[in-house]
Write a protein of this length. Structure first.
Ligand SMILES: [Zn+2]
Length: 540
C-alpha cells in the first residue's frame, strides 16, 4: 500500500486545508469607519464603529463580528450600544464575538449599516505604552488576527474592506493611519481630531493607526505617491539615514511588479513586536530600527513588497501565507540582484538555504503549506519566508525570466485588492509557460523534505579526467533533479560547467578536464534548494 500516504496527502491538501477561522460566506463587509478617541494616560479608547455590510450569500439573518470581550485582567472591550440601520439591537458579546441578529432576513445584494459604541483597554493589538524615550506611544499591531482586540471587524484576510479612521488624540501627538489625511480639527481641551480615509479594500491585519511625538520627513514622490518617514523626535536626526533608499525601493518594485496599490507610503518607527510590519500604506518598524548597525534596505524592501503581496493580493487562507512572505522575501532578492548585484543575491540565497535546512532539521514534517498549524504565529517560519522565496527562484529558472516576471505581474493584477490561493498563482504560470506545474508545486510546497545531496569527486588518469558522484540521500527521491557543477582547474580562469542528473543511485560521471582540479562547486549559480555541501576542495 505504498500509494496510500500520497493519496492522503492529496486529500488533505484539497479538502482539509482551510484555516480554522469560521468564514461566513453570506457576509461581506464593505466599509468600516472607526471614530476613536485615545486616552493614552489611562491606556483606554472610546470607539464608535460604523460598518457597511453587504449580503453576499442567498439570505442573511444573523452573523458574528469579532471583538475582544472583557478579560479577567480588566482589559477588553465593553459595548454600550449596537444598532442596525439606526434601530437598537440587543448586545450579545461572548467568546470575543458580537452576535448580530438582524430584525429581518435580508437577501443577496442588500446592504445595511451597523453602529457599535464600545470602550476599554486593549489587551493587545493596539499597543499603548511608554517607549524607550519615556514618551507614551500608541500603535496598532494587528498581525495575524489581533485587530479584533480593538476593532470590531471580521478579523480574517478573506474579508477586505475600505476603512476610515477618525482619531481624536492629545494635541502633542502626530497621528498616522492607513489611507490619506483628509483634515484635522482642533477640539476643546487640547485635543485634535485627525480624519484619515482609505478607499482601497484592505485586510484587517494591515489596518492600523499610530500616534506618537514624531518628526515627519517628506521624502518626495515615488510610484506616483508621496513617500514619508515618521521617526520619534529624539531619534529623527540619526534615524533618517536608515531610510535614504525608500524612494528608490518603491520605484523599483513599482516598475517590476505593477502599479503600487495605495495612496501613500509612510515608513514609521513604532512598537511593533515584529522587525517590520507591512501595514497598508504605512509600514511600522520596530523601535530600534534606527539604532541597528545593519543597513535596513532589505527590511524596507521586504515590507514595501508586501504592499503588493500580502496587503493587496492577499492569501485567502492563512496556510497560504507564503504568498505574502515568500513573495516579499523573493522580491527583496530581486531588488538586491538588480541594485546590488548577482553576487549579493547569491549570498542572500545561501543564507536563506541555511535557514530552510536548519528549520527542516527541527521540523522535518513541516511543509510550506502546512495545514496542521493552528497557532498562526507558527506560520512565520523559514518555510513561509525562505523556502517560499527559494521556490519562486526555482520556478523562475524553470519557466525563464520573462515568463516568471510576466506571471508575477499578472497574478498581482488579477488578485489586486482581492484574495488568492496557491493554485490561482499556479494557473497563471502554467498558462504563460505552457508547462504543467502541478507536481513541481506539490513537490516544493506540500512536501516537507528537501533533497539531500551526498557527493564526492576524484581525479582519474593522472590529471586527465574527473569522476563526480552525486546521489540523493533523503528517504524519498525527488524526480527529475539535476544540478550544475563547476570544476575549477589550475591555470584556467573559468571553471568547466557540467549539468549532472541526480537520483538516489550512486553513479560516477566522468569528464575530460586535462588539468589539475583545485575545487568542485555544486550549483554555482544557486538554482537548486538542497541540503549538502556547496564546495569540495582537492585534498591537500
Ligand atoms: Zn513579511
Amino acid at each position: 500500500m505504498r500509494v496510500l500516504p500520497f493519496l492522503i496527502l492529496l486529500i488533505s491538501n484539497s479538502l482539509l486545508g482551510a484555516d480554522p477561522y469560521p468564514i461566513d460566506p453570506n457576509v461581506d463587509i464593505q466599509h468600516y469607519t472607526f471614530d476613536i478617541e485615545l486616552f493614552p494616560d489611562q491606556s483606554r479608547i472610546d470607539v464608535v464603529a460604523k460598518i457597511d455590510v453587504a449580503v453576499a450569500g442567498p439570505t442573511l439573518k444573523s452573523f458574528y463580528l469579532d471583538l475582544d470581550d472583557e478579560n479577567t485582567d480588566g482589559t477588553g472591550m465593553q459595548i454600550s450600544d449596537l444598532s442596525y440601520n439606526g434601530q437598537a439591537l440587543t448586545v450579545v458579546h461572548d467568546d470575543d464575538r458580537i452576535l448580530i441578529d438582524l430584525p429581518e432576513t435580508l437577501k443577496q445584494g442588500e446592504e445595511f449599516a451597523l453602529q457599535i459604541s464600545y470602550s476599554g483597554t486593549p489587551k493587545d493589538g493596539l499597543i499603548i505604552r511608554t517607549n524607550d524615550k519615556k514618551r507614551t506611544t500608541i500603535f496598532g499591531d494587528n498581525w495575524p488576527n489581533r485587530a479584533h482586540l480593538w476593532l470590531s471587524t471580521i478579523d480574517h484576510p478573506s474579508d477586505k474592506a475600505t476603512v476610515d479612521f477618525h482619531v481624536t488624540a492629545p494635541k502633542k501627538y502626530q497621528v498616522i493611519a492607513t489611507g490619506l489625511l483628509k483634515k484635522q480639527e482642533s477640539l476643546s481641551g487640547k485635543m485634535v481630531k485627525h480624519f484619515w480615509s482609505n478607499d482601497v479594500p484592505i485586510p484587517t491585519k494591515v489596518m492600523v493607526i499610530g500616534a506618537a511625538e514624531f518628526e515627519v520627513f517628506e521624502q518626495g514622490q515615488a510610484a506616483g505617491v508621496p513617500v514619508s518617514t515618521w521617526l520619534y523626535k529624539s531619534d529623527a536626526k540619526k534615524g533618517i539615514k536608515k531610510f535614504a533608499e525608500t524612494v528608490n525601493i518603491l520605484n523599483f518594485l513599482n516598475d517590476w511588479i505593477g502599479e503600487y496599490p495605495y495612496a501613500k507610503l509612510a515608513h514609521v518607527q513604532s512598537t511593533t513586536r515584529y522587525g517590520g510590519m507591512e501595514n497598508a500604506g504605512n509600514i511600522f518598524y520596530y523601535e530600534n530600527v534606527v539604532n541597528s548597525a545593519v543597513p535596513r534596505d532589505r527590511l524596507i524592501a521586504h515590507e514595501t513588497a508586501h504592499q503588493w503581496f500580502g496587503n493587496s493580493a492577499s492569501e485567502k487562507d492563512w496556510h497560504h501565507v507564503w504568498l505574502s512572505e515568500g513573495f516579499a522575501t523573493y522580491m527583496t532578492m530581486i531588488y538586491v540582484e538588480q541594485m546590488k548585484g548577482i553576487d549579493e543575491m547569491r549570498e542572500d540565497l545561501e543564507k536563506a538555504r541555511v535557514r530552510v535546512v536548519d528549520f527542516n532539521r527541527k521540523k522535518p514534517k513541516s511543509s510550506v503549506i502546512d495545514t496542521t498549524v493552528v497557532e498562526l504565529n507558527e506560520l512565520l517560519n523559514a518555510n513561509s519566508y525562505q523556502k517560499g522565496a527559494w521556490f519562486l527562484h526555482m520556478l523562475r529558472h524553470k519557466v525563464g525570466d520573462e515568463v516568471f516576471q510576466a506571471s508575477v505581474r499578472e497574478y498581482y493584477i488579477a488578485y489586486r485588492d482581492d484574495n488568492a490561493l496557491t493554485d490561482d498563482f499556479r494557473a497563471i504560470v502554467e498558462k504563460n509557460s505552457g508547462q504543467e506545474l502541478g507536481s513541481f508545486f506539490t513537490t516544493w510546497l506540500y512536501r516537507p523534505d528537501l533533497p539531500k545531496l551526498d557527493w564526492s569527486w576524484r581525479q582519474t588518469g593522472g590529471d586527465q579526467r574527473i569522476g563526480i558522484r552525486i546521489k540523493q540521500a533523503q528517504m524519498r527521491a525527488f524526480d527529475k533533479l539535476s544540478v550544475e557543477v563547476a570544476i575549477h582547474i589550475t591555470n584556467r580562469a573559468e571553471p568547466i560547467l557540467k549539468t549532472i542528473p541526480v537520483n538516489s543511485l550512486s553513479k560516477e560521471y566522468s569528464y575530460l578536464v586535462n588539468g589539475q582540479v583545485t575545487k568542485v562547486e555544486l550549483d554555482p549559480d544557486r538554482k537548486l534548494l538542497f541540503e549538502g555541501d556547496y564546495t569540495k576542495d582537492a585534498r591537500k
